[in-house]
Design a protein around this ligand. Sequence first.
Ligand code: PGA
Length: 222
Amino acid sequence: VMESLKGINRGSLRLAVASTVNYFAPRLLAVFQKRYPGIALRLDVTNREMLVQMLDSNSVDLVLMGVPPKNVDVEAEAFMDNPLVVVAPPDHPLASARDIPTERLSEEVFVMREEGSGTRKAMQRFFAERGIEIRHGMQMTRNEAVKQAVRSGLGLSVVSLHTIELELETRRLVILNVQGFPDRRQWYLVYRRGKRLSPAASAFRDFVRAEAAKIAAPIAAV
Ligand code: PGA
């Protein structure tokens, strides 16, 4: 065991994660780094479209994301639940309603992430599958901006539960009880098919498979 530990306790690892994954990725890295202090870690945080480009150009070891690509030849392993929920400000008229029919959302305006966002893609897929048209309000390139916009009354949005832990705790945002939600998606560990993973990358993959869900599962019950 000591021998193999020595083997992976050096080298470098380049990770890239979706902006939504960034809400829990540092917790994983903290545990991993403690175990393998000799591995130099580099983390890029960006949206889905950029992650797909990085996979395509082979410029990253491993990617954590919510919506793996279909047009790049990758291995994608689900490692944790990623529930998507509808968020509203606490004073929204629907805040205390139960079992809101999904179609009711077509009367609301939605704050949107940019084209290229995995969250946006997942959200559009959800409504398209149900034949529901939603009204697009303002568009913004950051989860933080979306949350502030929803809080300020600019509209509802659909976000990963992982991104709103603090807002739920402090009741700055609430989750609406809408039929079909939470949209039960998964987080994926993704890398190019056939890529020879370095010992550091393999160690991280094994670590995510075995422990990510224990370390970072979303706290709020939905
Ligand atoms: P994004 O992240 O919305 O920032 O692209 C989520 C994802 O890849 O699913």
